[in-house]
Design a binder for this molecule. Structure first.
Ligand code: ZN
Length: 485
């Protein structure tokens, strides 16, 4: 071969291959292009290269650094592609989204459950809510469950308003949230007694602006988010019912004092705690931002009550390295459910920075890293399907739903229309209905390492369900009041 032809071949190979430099001992080894040529088909991202993996010296071990090491060791073989768990890979070397297996798994969570699940009896609304929610995120129709669901939730609704976790149980915000949104997914919201729901919510609204989870129960941000889900989905009057203890303390509407209450939840770290003084936690960041975003445009209301720069910094710091998923609190381990609780909060926080900033802050968090973690580490291999917290955990409906929602947050772009009205003529809060979604461009898909078949649908940034369901309930009960609809 002439030297010129050799050069041409070299150039050709350079385009597709990485030439690994020969070490001294290898000189005179196999002739070019011999076994020293390694095809670098799927180069590793920078956070998975050895300088980034060796930032902390091993000799300063603590109980938590040992726990980190254990998780890192269980995740790295999957992240690096050394162990693909026999999952079929896409053209970027990442496992495909196991759509069919996840769908089958979610359907199985809606069937007969093994005996130990009796411990979750009071959480039954969550079980069907996660099943429906995960299935709709994957584009599945859940209308086949409509009648069964209606019959299941009917005895859970109490005469005094709201839903308990089962027949004869006290009404509770979490159970009511899961029942109402599950009914929304099967177009069954007429089953809800809106009038008694309004009265019940009036009883849990507190003089300090916050909400209890149930009458005489604990007060935290979950109550406020769930209450505003019910108020906006069912178009309940914003005025407090006459019997509300908060009204006796001088408040007039459900949102009175709420912004100030939420302000009191931001901690010294910049994140949001469940109650004032509590440690910052990912799920509460989502609930606080989601709650505010139902009351007014996020670009107006979030900066009014929250130090957005401090929150941004805290959220960014919860993305773990090298796993690339999110931890829920500082110095905790990666867990796929925070892909939604923190990953899903980015759209709300980005909208808080205003119209122009929504697009330019597209790269404020590492979406590729989250996608890689979820596809390589969170998917259960084998026949079963479903998604798990981390490789050593078992899949369940909760992690499947929120891992899928996190994938959607990383893949799609969500835009808030800052020009759209935030109140309807009937006085309904419509701020939560002003969102739209955009699928990734081919360039973005390449960057994320996903193919068309790996994409998940839009998940609404406030209501965490498909836009189609949100569109349906945003026009239901349009007139408000409790007359005949
Ligand atoms: Zn989790």
């Amino acid at each position: 071969m002439s030297p010129k032809a050799d050069d041409a071949l070299d150039n050709l190979l350079m385009e597709k291959a990485k030439i690994v430099e020969l070490s001294d001992s290898e000189e005179g080894g196999p002739p070019f292009p011999g076994s020293h040529l390694k095809r670098d088909v799927h180069p590793l991202p920078p956070w998975l290269t050895s300088p980034a993996l060796n930032l902390f010296p091993e000799e300063y071990a603590t109980a938590s650094s040992d726990a980190f090491k254990k998780v890192r060791n269980e995740c790295l073989p999957h992240l690096l592609g050394e162990d693909n768990q026999n999952l079929p890979l896409n053209k970027y070397g990442l496992p495909h989204l196991r759509r069919e297996q996840h769908i089958n798994f979610l359907h199985s969570t809606l069937g007969n459950l093994p005996a130990p699940y009796v411990a979750l009896d009071a959480a039954r609304p969550w079980l069907f809510y996660w099943g429906f929610s995960g299935l709709t995120v994957l584009g599945e129709d859940v209308m086949q469950y409509r009648q069964r669901l209606i019959e299941t939730v009917r005895p859970m609704q109490n005469l005094q308003g709201g839903y308990g976790g089962g027949h004869g149980q006290f009404s509770h915000c979490a159970a009511s949230y899961a029942c109402v949104l599950s009914l929304a997914m099967v177009n069954g919201l007429e089953e809800v007694n809106r009038n008694t729901m309004w009265h019940w919510l009036g009883k849990i609204k507190q003089p300090n602006g916050g909400f209890r989870m149930a009458e005489n129960a604990e007060m935290d941000i979950r109550g406020a988010y769930c209450a505003f889900i019910m108020i906006t989905v069912l178009n309940l009057p914003l005025e407090l019912p006459p019997s509300s203890p908060a009204r006796h303390a001088g408040l007039k509407t459900f949102d009175d004092g709420l912004g100030e209450y939420i302000r009191s939840l931001q901690t010294y770290e910049g994140g949001i705690g469940a109650t004032p003084g509590d440690e910052a936690h990912g799920a509460y960041a989502f609930l606080a931002m989601g709650c505010l975003s139902m009351i007014d445009a996020p670009n107006k209301i979030i900066p009014k009550y929250i130090d957005t720069s401090a929150l941004l910094r805290w959220m960014a710091c919860q993305q773990t390295q090298p796993e690339g998923g999110y931890a829920g609190r500082t110095n905790k381990l990666v867990d796929s459910c925070y892909s939604q609780w923190i990953g899903g909060t980015w759209a709300l926080l980005q909208a808080a920075f205003g119209a122009g900033e929504q697009e330019s802050s597209e790269n404020v968090w590492n979406k590729q890293a989250l996608v890689r973690y979820l596809l390589t580490c969170a998917q259960q291999p084998g026949k079963k399907g479903g998604m798990r917290d981390k490789p050593s955990a078992k899949p369940d409906g909760y992690h499947t739903t929120y891992a899928l929602a996190g994938l959607s947050a990383a893949m799609n772009h969500y835009h808030y229309d800052t020009e759209a009205p935030t109140r309807s003529e009937s006085g309904r809060l419509t701020s939560g209905f002003n969102w739209s979604g955009k699928s990734p461009t081919p360039e973005k898909m390449e960057k994320l390492g996903v193919e068309e078949s790996d994409l998940v649908g839009y998940v609404h940034p406030v209501y965490v369900m498909p836009f189609k369901v949100v569109e349906n309930f945003s026009t239901k009960f349009e007139k408000g009041g409790f007359g005949k609809e």
